[in-house]
Every structure is written in C-alpha cells, then in structure tokens.
Design a protein around this ligand. Structure first.
Ligand code: ZN
Length: 87
C-alpha cells in the first residue's frame, strides 16, 4: 500500500515554474527547503496511489490553480532565497 500527498507534485511543479523566472539560488538544498516550507503551509491532500496515476492527475489539475498554493510557494521562495543554506 502506498499513500501519496498530491500536494507534493503540485508544489514541485509550481515551484519550478516560479523559479524559472527568478534569479535566486536554485540548488537542491534550497529547492528542498522551499518545498518543505510551502507544503507545511498547505493542507496535505493524500490519495491512495493504488487507484493509479489517473486519479492523482485529475485531482492535481483540480488543485493546480488554487491561489493558496501560489501564495505558499511565493512565500517559501522569498523566505529561503533571503537566507539560502541556513535552515
Ligand atoms: Zn542553494
């Protein structure tokens, strides 16, 4: 049995989109910090991955454009990039 948090995929996706237009450090450490921080601000959305990729894809497109996610990701980028490698 495997349970996954759909928000992880969405946040990773949004993070990459936001970072592609930015100048801050984008190493694995910073991106990991940003992801963790953004995910902690958001309500997790767990799905049983046994239901397959399709389910999580439908689900993720439903959540993809919510403002909350963008706000969390933006905040996380701002916080981490203001003091990279220190958390
Ligand atoms: Zn870095």
């Amino acid at each position: 049995m495997a349970v996954i948090n759909v928000m992880e995929d969405i946040v990773r996706e949004r993070l990459d989109i936001f970072l592609s237009g930015m100048d801050c450090c984008q190493c694995e450490i910073c991106k990991g910090d940003m992801m963790a921080m953004a995910l902690n601000m958001l309500k997790p959305k767990y799905v049983n991955s046994h239901k397959g990729e399709l389910f999580s894809r439908i689900d993720s497109s439903k959540y993809q454009n919510t403002v909350d996610i963008d706000i969390a990701v933006t905040k996380a980028i701002a916080t981490v990039s203001s003091s990279p490698h220190r958390s």
